[in-house]
Design a protein around this ligand. Structure first.
Ligand SMILES: NC(=O)C1=CN([C@@H]2O[C@H](COP(=O)(O)OP(=O)(O)OC[C@H]3O[C@@H](n4cnc5c(N)ncnc54)[C@H](O)[C@@H]3O)[C@@H](O)[C@H]2O)C=CC1
Ligand SMILES: CCCCCC(=O)O
Length: 457
């Protein structure tokens, strides 16, 4: 059973509670989504739906400050970062607004044998269920809802239990932008209700962003009911440093993609730092030196760079994980302490590759360091993970960059750059990080019927 409540992780105060839906209320919402798919999703044009998404994008921009304050209070994101997340969500809706007609135009297919024509037309499939996490409340929903509303699908969305206010605000934006009731329905649903929804014949697919456990649970039920899923799960992304002309800039990039964004609660954030011998000691000295200035603060303040974790429970879980990595022989070079939901920026070193606790995803401001003596060893360490979401390679040798990019088991490889996600670039992983792709044109094909229309000569 998941109850819905706004609990400010910085103050510990329960700000507001929201009752889970009754079965009748849930049924009404799902029935409305199914009806709207038939009366709106299948009858409007890509241009009409694209124009509505453009208004959604504008409303995110108009309501930026209010929306930022909501998630800062719900999950502790520093309010400046929360505003940037609102900007990213708005840009995603704008991207699918501008590309609706292009992405949904008939795709000609060349004939080899016969006369006439053949095209593939991307048509909607119906109501889709989204199950989304608390770490980027608006962005995670946008990368699922935008391409699918553009395609004419309708959405029922079960958000994280600690994001009831932001999930209600998103539903309101769709209505205020002019989408019909039922195009997007926010569900304060229990886990048991979600299980039943996945099996419901009106639900045509499920998109999950969250942990492996939830992904596996949802995919199991979906599989039994022949429903397609997209799974955006965990990551333990490597940040490989082989050579650099500017170590300060490389360390700054490492700090940004591990500590400065969302207190490290970012599944495509770098978590394992794999540094070549010749740069290791200086890299560590610069990283730990910078962290000495970084202390968790009040997320409602504009000057705060590091907020608390999303909850006391999340911080306690991370503390247990770090303690187990240390019990396996790792050394704490910085941090390693917790105060309520706040976790000090932490650096772990001397991690033995047999240290299983270090294979887990540390979902917070904790960097795990690995010293390597060659490119081959760096790739071996990087790939020694059950996950394969993102990865980062820093080198001045472009041929080496291409070799390492080819060798990494990851859904995304960033070379000499961090924070390079864009609405048009695919996001997703391999191995236990899940399957499917979000964003860009790649997201469109996940939940549409790619209908062949073959007309004889
Ligand atoms: N690949 C990606 O883009 C992302 C992955 N994640 C992963 O998610 C985890 C942290 O986020 P959390 O919200 O704590 O993940 P979570 O997996 O606990 O929750 C994700 C969503 O699943 C729901 N949920 C949990 N148990 C459920 C059940 N039995 N039935 C139906 N729904 C259920 C939650 O209420 C939430 O809406 C980390 O492992 C992180 O790596 C988080 C954000 C992005
Ligand atoms: C701005 C990019 C956010 C990615 C969401 C995640 O990795 O959890």
């Amino acid at each position: 059973m998941s109850t819905y409540a706004v609990v400010d992780p910085y103050t510990g105060q329960t700000v507001q509670e929201f009752a889970a839906l009754t079965d009748d209320q849930l049924e009404a919402k799902v029935a409305r989504a199914d009806e709207t798919y038939r009366t709106w999703g299948r009858t409007t044009s890509p241009a009409e739906r694209g124009a509505l998404l453009g208004r959604v994008a504008a409303l995110y921009a108009e309501r930026r400050e209010e929306l930022a304050r909501i998630i800062s209070r719900e999950m502790g994101k520093p309010v400046e970062q929360a505003g940037l997340e609102v900007d990213f969500a708005s840009a995603i809706y704008d991207y699918y607004s501008r590309n609706a007609e292009t992405f949904l135009s008939d795709e000609p297919v060349a004939l080899e044998w016969g006369e006439g024509t053949a095209v593939v037309r991307r048509t909607p499939v119906g109501v889709l269920l989204g199950v989304m996490p608390w770490n980027y409340p608006y962005y995670q929903v946008a990368r699922f809802a935008a391409p699918n509303l553009m395609a004419g699908n309708t959405i029922v969305l079960k958000h994280a239990a600690q994001c009831p206010e932001s999930s209600a605000a998103m539903e309101q934006i769709f209505l205020d932008a002019g989408l019909p009731a039922g195009a997007y329905e926010n569900l304060y649903a229990t886990y048991a209700q979600v299980d039943r929804l996945i099996a419901d014949p009106r639900i045509q697919g499920v998109s999950v962003t969250g942990s492996e456990g939830v992904g596996a649970h949802v995919a199991e039920i979906a599989g039994r009911n022949l429903k397609k899923v997209v799974l955006e799960l965990g990551g333990n992304d490597p940040f490989i440093v082989l050579s650099t002309d500017d170590l300060d800039a490389t360390v700054e990039a490492a700090l940004g993609v591990r500590f400065y964004d969302n207190a490290g609660q970012m599944c495509c954030g770098a978590k394992r730092f794999v540094v070549i011998d010749s740069l290791y000691d200086e890299f560590v000295e610069k990283m730990t030196g910078a962290l000495a200035e970084l202390t968790p603060g009040d997320p409602s303040k504009a000057e705060t760079a590091l907020g608390p974790l999303s909850s006391v429970g999340a911080a306690e879980f991370l503390e247990d994980q770090v303690n187990r990595v240390v019990a396996g022989g790792a050394k704490v070079l910085a941090g390693g302490s917790r105060d309520g939901a706040a976790y000090a920026p932490t650096v772990l070193a001397d991690i033995d590759r047999a240290n299983d606790a270090a294979r887990e995803e540390l979902f917070g401001p904790v960097a795990s360091l690995y010293r390597v003596s060659s490119e081959a060893e760096a790739v071996s360490v990087a790939n020694d993970s059950p996950f394969g979401l993102g990865s980062y390679v820093f080198t001045t040798d472009q041929a080496q960059a291409q070799r390492v990019a080819a060798a990494l088991d990851a859904g995304m490889v960033f070379v000499n750059i961090v924070g390079a996600e864009e609405p048009g670039l695919p996001f997703g992983g391999t191995k236990r990080s899940g399957f499917g792709r979000e964003l860009g044109p790649f997201a469109v094909d996940e939940f549409v019927n790619r209908k062949l229309i073959r007309i004889g000569g």
